[in-house]
Design a protein around this ligand. Structure first.
Ligand code: KIV
Length: 257
């Protein structure tokens, strides 16, 4: 299996081949995903929720992103690696460049920024420094207020226009990929058709150029529960849980395993 490049991923959009993406936070899972042929692995700041057990991504720090990016990189031979810029690491151009370079130096091929229209100049600046950037619109967990539920956005006309404008502006700023989180599926479809860069959806319907999920949600083992849009039985039945349960039972009963 050849190493995935950004060009391969762009070609997949052109050929209408779906782009598969999952998060990973450690070398073992990264290696499983890689060997099974995943196109993109994201070291997401969702690690705050699923690895650290926090209620949000707000407390993830740059040192943790460096640690997890280095671990995931070790498990990858072919997949394209994206690493998240955590909250407060891209407030100024100088800070954004410093933190992005740290992640690139750990092996990330691209960095992701939860992007509003306020971040366009940061994206442009990073791109001018040869850093590949993935935008992230719709629900932006870094800016979500405490205890507000994950609710689809881009449903009213006003919010559809705002999100479409954000998508177009992020592409114009030089981003190479865009993630849309929990937006209406019609809007996600239109954005995927209008943009020339690949659009990867999460909870945004089936008509994006690719899909991404938090790995632990897919496996049904996320500490804080699994989002509503993961409602398929294949997601609920977890081989991992069955194995652990069997191990515990066998150990308790002093059976060999
Ligand atoms: O942090 C993360 O895992 C993400 C995905 C949900 C897209 O941003």
């Amino acid at each position: 299996m050849p190493r995935k490049s950004l060009k391969n991923i762009q070609q997949m959009k052109a050929k209408n081949i779906g782009i598969s993406c999952l998060t990973a936070y450690d070398a073992s899972f990264a290696s499983i995903l890689d060997k099974l042929g995943i196109d993109i692995i994201l070291v997401g700041d969702s690690l705050g929720e699923v690895v650290k057990g926090d209620k949000s991504t707000h407390n993830v720090i740059q040192d943790e992103m460096i640690y997890h990016t280095k671990s995931v990189k070790k498990g990858i031979k072919n997949a394209y690696l994206i690493s998240d810029m955590v909250i407060d690491t891209y407030k100024t151009k100088k800070e954004a460049l410093h933190h992005a370079l740290q992640l690139i130096n750990c092996g990330a091929n691209m960095i992701k920024i939860e992007s509003t229209l306020d971040h366009l100049s940061i994206i442009k600046f990073l791109v001018s420094k040869n850093i590949k950037v993935c935008g992230h619109i719709g629900i932006r967990p870094q800016y979500k207020k405490k205890n507000t539920p994950y609710k689809k956005v881009g449903i009213t006309n006003e919010s559809k226009i705002l999100i479409m404008n954000e998508a177009l502006a992020i592409e114009k700023s030089g981003a190479s990929l865009l993630i849309t989180e929990c937006i209406g599926s019609d809007l996600a479809k239109t954005i995927s058709q209008k943009l020339s860069i690949p659009v990867i959806g999460i909870g945004s319907g089936n008509n994006c150029d690719g899909q991404i999920l938090v790995l632990y949600d897919l496996l049904g083992i996320s500490y804080n529960g699994v989002p509503k849009f993961i409602n398929n039985d294949i997601f609920k039945n977890s081989d991992i849980k069955t194995k652990i349960k069997k191990y515990i039972n066998k150990t308790k009963n002093k059976h060999k395993f």
